[in-house]
Design a protein around this ligand. Structure first.
Ligand code: FAD
Length: 417
């Protein structure tokens, strides 16, 4: 008998969520995480009494999200604090972006092409063709940046953006923050895995072990661990660091390796006192970036009379990797944040900046629409599965990952959730 029914590689939110669902079905699950902490790119850090997310972490569509569906399946319905308004800050004034309004205006312009046809049309080509004016172009560009994490209009997909806007219209929620923060969600997943198995940290998987064309387990520093099936939850770009690429078709290997993630700079501030009570998202036009006070949504994240402000500036990967250029982008961003919240500089207790070449596993673009992403299965290896925000799954950003959990669970078990 094998040591486990499933080994899941990676204890980010999606590996843990899938492990929890499989464990709830009675499977023996081992989740192996290379870091000392669980959480991956949604890691939550304790800092001077603050609970700090890894940059801004909102959930698109709140109660209607795939994440909420997964938690409900694990007998833990999630509650959300909805973002009340989104303001576009441009030319010294703040313009409210009505999410439903953006959805309706886009539909008005959509014309005869179907959503599927529009998936391969770039936002820029579409706005040019419709002869749109400056204001409406800004509105759509800011919506693409915030909803699809893609400010690059030359490649942002109109069809994918419309699909997400349609869901905003249906759910009446653009984005929301989980009541209690992200920590309880991680605890929920970890507890479920623990019922039939284990989450092991500081346990990097060195390679996936294959014998006779089938996966038989993984190799770790402590030796081999066997399993009936293995799930990789690391971003697909890194899959072939632990899997021999000769086992898969070259086209698939190239697709995984070459998949373009989103990238950017994050600024987080721990603040003494109160700078703003708004439960809003602010989107700066110059530089195109956005942020919010997470502790205004969930006061338990900060000690009394303290706040957390978090800001995200989506950039090209090469801009983030060029350290000198990135410092320039950071300085420009901070100047604008300070001008929006003039009381901030005096009140900073701590500050964190992150330069991230990978934010979301998949940038949603005309050449990377849902149908282009690797799916839950790996060609040529029928007991290896993929989950995470770079594979399958509809939506954008993190919800690709949560949708991929549902998709992968259905492929493995034949059951729908
Ligand atoms: C700054 C920032 C802001 C974001 N904002 C949002 C947001 O507002 N809304 C949203 O929905 N999403 C957001 N995201 C995206 C979201 O965080 C990710 O979609 C999600 O965390 C991805 O989870 P995952 O489990 O798929 O992958 P990961 O979190 O990358 O998990 C993979 C895990 O595998 C581990 N690992 C890698 N190699 C190995 C190995 N060889 N052996 C063992 N373990 C290994 C890694 O350490 C990691 O813990 C944001 C991301 C960032 C970085």
């Amino acid at each position: 008998m094998k040591d486990y029914d499933f080994i899941v590689i990676g204890a980010g939110i999606n590996g843990l969520a899938l492990g929890a669902l499989l464990s709830k079905d009675g499977a023996r699950v081992l989740v192996l995480e290379k870091s000392r902490e669980i959480g991956g790119r949604a890691w939550v850090q304790e800092r001077e009494g603050f609970q700090v997310d890894y940059g801004m972490h909102l959930v698109r569509f709140g109660r209607e999200s795939a994440l909420a569906g997964i938690c409900a399946d694990l007998d833990h319905p999630l509650e959300f604090h909805n973002v009340e308004s989104t303001y576009l800050v441009a030319d010294g004034s703040q313009l409210e972006i009505p999410a439903r309004g953006a959805s309706q205006s886009m539909n008005m312009f959509a014309g005869d092409l179907s959503l599927d046809e529009l998936k391969r049309v770039s936002l820029k080509a579409w706005m040019d063709e419709k002869g749109m004016g400056r204001r409406i172009r800004r509105l759509f560009t800011a919506t693409s940046a915030t909803l699809n994490v893609n400010p690059f209009v030359e490649r942002s997909s109109v069809g994918e953006l419309l699909l997400n806007l349609k869901k905003v219209g249906e759910s009446e929620v653009g984005a929301a923050y989980p009541v209690g923060g992200w920590q309880p969600i991680f605890r929920l997943f970890q507890d479920w895995v623990g019922k039939n198995g284990e989450v092991r940290t500081a346990a990097p998987v060195e390679s996936i072990v294959v014998q006779g064309g089938r996966i038989v387990g993984v190799r770790t520093r402590e030796g081999n661990i066997s399993a009936e099936r293995v799930v990789s939850s690391i971003p697909c770009q890194g899959l072939f660091n632990i899997l021999d690429e000769k086992l898969c078709p070259p086209v698939f290997v190239a697709k995984c390796r070459g998949f373009r993630p989103t990238a950017g700079i994050v600024l987080d501030y721990g603040i003494s006192g109160t700078i703003s009570e708004g439960r809003n998202l602010w989107c700066l036009w110059e530089p195109l970036s956005y942020g919010f006070f997470s502790s205004n949504f969930e006061p338990r994240l900060a000690p009394p009379n303290r706040q957390i402000l978090t800001w995200f500036y989506p950039l090209e990967k090469f801009q983030v990797e060029d350290k000198e250029a990135a410092r320039g982008f950071e300085a420009k961003l901070e100047k604008e944040i300070f001008s929006l919240f003039p009381a901030l500089p005096e009140r900073i207790k701590w500050r964190r900046s992150l330069f991230l070449p990978v934010v979301d596993g998949a940038e949603v673009s005309v050449d990377q629409i849902q149908e282009d992403r690797p799916g839950s299965t790996v060609p040529g290896l029928d007991n290896l599965f993929l989950v995470g925000d770079s594979v399958g799954g509809e939506g954008a950003g993190g919800d690709i990952g949560h949708n991929s959990v549902r998709q992968c669970y259905s492929v493995i078990t034949g059951k729908k959730i």
